[in-house]
Every structure is written in structure tokens, then in C-alpha cells.
Design a protein. Structure first.
Length: 401
């Protein structure tokens, strides 16, 4: 589904690697007491050295109690050399968490190698999902996250939708599109059955590449695979269409949603409103906000109003924009700083001092503070006003604390 012709131009996983020094050299292994160890951590280290039997539960509690996570490799080295070494899943999760906190990831490879079958321990989805997340977010090692996913079957564990789609989405978000194709093609080998979430992620990736036609081909695959399209499917494709400026096609998908009796939620309408605003069709966006959403039993949220508000400000329809702001405030929403800034600048240029006063006071009530550039524009507005002194007194009588 992803064009093979572009693969040579796509980034590889290796560019996301971060260098790590070896933590299990002979010098580090022989060190019985790591430097910079406080009293609590010294007691924990001494307990691992003690000859008394140490259960896995006790070892897990001790690892969790570490205040300095950089000591974790030392504890792992000591514990793995003991006769009572028992690397259960809770212990391993605690250990890799501490290792990740100190940005020491090479010892995790040592741990995983020691856990390879025929070891008696069984590791569930929770362990692998936790490890994959650490590789992805803490280490920025997307290659290791993918490698761990493919390692799961060797441990007798197969990825669920949550784990598989997490990695797939990770690849899409990092624009590693050739790797997305490879992972999608390997789903059956991993014992994973393609689901709606998986196809939605594929559609998102194709839309990000601008391959809308290919995205529609995936869209058409849903019924062939016996998979029900959902609101996320339509919303993702609509967003791709709107990004390309094809708002009318996005509205056609809205009608398809209704025919298939799929719930049209606020996110779908927000995508359409944003698309209309970007095309300069502000009146239509406003109509969708005020009428279209309610007719479909959907209530606008803050983003719904904000998109329309930006559109009105862009077209210098400041009076209407003020009305939208007042509606937002009544509903408990907070207009953005940029909205107030646009209105204050707009009213200032039109010489409407009272409206400027309204805008400044509204900003302060929302917790915003006018900046220097805004005050300059306000001053320019006031000095051309007949009643300069009164205008300044009114505007400057604003509590900005």
C-alpha cells in the first residue's frame, strides 16, 4: 500500500539510535559498591550481597526502593550471580524501569538474553508493552521497539491489538513508511489479525504522505476483510482530504457515515469546520457550527468555536468574532490568546476604543496579559480618539495581577 518507489528516500530506523556505553564490563561487574550511593541504597546493595535467601518478591521491592536508579545494573549483576536468582515478570518490569530512568539500556539486552527459552518463566503482554514503550519514549530507540515486538513469539507471547498498533502508530508518526509496510505485511507471522485500528493507522500514514488514492483503497478494503469502519476511519480520511483542500469530498464521506449509521462525533465536525475555514468558507463553517452539529445531535466543543473564531478574525469580521467569544465564555470555554490578540489589533486599527477596552478586559479575565506590541497598537488607537485622557483611564484601569 505504501509506494515502494519512495523507500530509498525514507529515513531508516538506525537514525533513531542513541549510543550507550557497555555497562557489563569486567571492571563494572567486579565493583561491589557503586559510587555516589546514599545510606538507603547502601543498605539495599548490602541486602543483595547477604547470604540469606532472597525471594523474587523481596528483590522486586528492593529494586523499587532505589533512590538512585543508576545502581540498578550493579544490583542486577549481583542478583543474577546468586543461587536464588529468579527473574519473574514483576522483577523484570521493575528492573527495566529503573534502567530506563537512568538511561542505561544495554543491560536490558543482557536481561532479555538471559530470559530466552527454555527458561521456565512466562512473560505476558504487560511486560513486552512496557518494554516497547520504554524503548520508544525513553531511549528513542524505535529499532529496539520493533525488534522487541518481533521477539515476542519466541517467548510464547503474541502481540495484541494494543501492542501491535502502538508500534505501527509509532512508525507512522516518525514517517518510517517503509517499515510500516514491512510490519503490516508481517502481521500474520506475529499471530496478529488485522483490525480496524490497524487499518486506520495505515490510512493516517498514507494521508500524511499525500497518497489519498491509496488511502481510499485501504478504506475500500474494510468490507472485504469483514471489518467495520468506524468514526475514526472516516475522521482520518476526512482530515487527509481537507489537508489537500478537498473539503467537498470530505462532506461526501459525511453522508456515507450517515448511511452506514456510524455515529458522527464532534471530532468529525471539527475536521470539516477547520477544512472550510482554511478554504476561506467561513460562512459555511459557521453554519455547520450553529446548525449542522445540533441537527446531528452533536454539541460543539471549544475547538469547534475556535476554528470559526479564527476564520472570522482572518476575514476581519471582528464584530461577529466578538459574538463568538461571548458565546464561548458563556459556555465555559476559554478563547485562545491569539484570538484576543487578533480582536484587539483589529479593533485598534478600526479606532474602536470601547471594543479594545472590552478585548483587553476579556484577556485579563481569562488569565492572559497584553504584551508590549499590543500596547503599542492600543496607544496608536487611543491617540486618534477625541477623548484621549478618558480612554486611557478606562483601558489602563485593568487589574493585570
Amino acid at each position: 500500500m505504501f509506494s515502494r518507489t519512495h523507500r530509498c528516500l525514507l529515513p531508516s530506523l538506525t537514525c533513531h539510535k542513541t549510543p550507550n556505553s557497555s555497562l557489563f564490563s569486567s571492571s563494572s561487574s567486579s565493583s561491589s559498591q557503586p559510587p555516589n550511593t546514599n545510606n538507603k541504597d547502601k543498605i539495599i546493595v548490602s541486602r543483595f550481597h547477604h547470604k540469606d535467601w532472597l525471594t523474587s518478591k523481596q528483590a522486586t521491592t528492593l529494586i523499587n526502593s532505589l533512590t538512585n536508579p543508576s545502581i540498578a545494573p550493579t544490583l542486577f549483576n549481583i542478583y543474577s550471580s546468586r543461587k536464588d536468582y529468579n527473574p519473574t515478570q514483576p522483577f523484570c518490569i521493575s528492573l527495566i524501569t529503573k534502567l530506563a530512568q537512568s538511561h542505561q539500556f544495554e543491560p536490558i539486552d543482557t536481561l532479555l538474553n538471559s530470559l530466552q527459552p527454555p527458561q521456565k518463566h512466562r512473560f505476558t503482554q504487560d511486560f513486552f508493552f512496557h518494554l516497547i514503550k520504554l524503548y520508544a519514549h525513553k531511549a528513542n530507540r524505535i529499532d529496539k521497539a520493533v525488534e522487541t515486538l518481533f521477539m515476542m513469539p519466541s517467548f510464547g507471547s503474541y502481540p495484541t491489538s494494543k501492542t501491535f498498533n502502538f508500534v505501527l502508530n509509532l512508525l507512522v508518526n516518525n514517517k518510517l513508511h517503509d517499515q510500516v509496510f514491512n510490519l503490516y505485511s508481517s502481521a500474520s507471522k506475529l499471530g496478529f489479525q488485522i483490525d480496524a485500528c490497524c487499518l486506520n493507522i495505515i490510512i493516517k500514514g498514507l494521508c500524511k504522505q499525500g497518497e489519498i488514492k491509496a488511502a481510499f483503497k485501504v478504506f475500500d478494503e474494510f468490507p472485504k476483510l469483514g471489518i467495520q469502519r468506524n468514526e475514526r476511519t472516516f475522521c482520518t480520511l476526512m482530515h487527509g482530504l481537507c489537508e489537500e483542500g478537498n473539503v467537498d469530498e470530505a462532506f461526501e464521506l459525511l453522508e456515507v457515515m450517515k448511511k452506514e449509521k456510524i455515529c458522527v462525533d464532534v471530532m468529525v465536525f471539527n475536521v470539516l469546520i477547520c477544512g472550510l475555514r482554511r478554504k476561506g468558507r467561513v460562512d459555511e463553517a459557521k453554519e455547520v457550527l450553529e446548525d449542522g452539529m445540533m441537527r446531528n445531535g452533536c454539541y460543539p466543543n471549544e475547538s469547534s468555536y475556535q476554528h470559526v473564531l479564527y476564520g472570522l478574525i482572518d476575514f476581519k469580521r471582528f464584530g461577529e468574532a466578538k459574538g463568538v467569544v461571548e458565546k464561548m465564555v458563556l459556555k465555559g470555554f476559554v478563547p485562545s490568546f491569539d484570538s484576543f490578540k487578533g480582536l484587539v489589533f483589529g479593533f485598534s486599527k478600526e479606532g474602536l476604543v470601547e471594543e479594545v477596552d472590552w478585548g483587553v478586559r476579556g484577556m485579563v479575565r481569562m488569565g492572559f496579559v497584553p504584551r508590549m506590541g499590543m500596547w503599542r497598537q492600543i496607544v496608536k488607537c487611543v491617540v486618534v480618539c477625541r477623548d484621549v485622557a478618558d480612554s486611557f483611564d478606562r483601558i489602563l484601569d485593568v487589574d493585570c495581577d
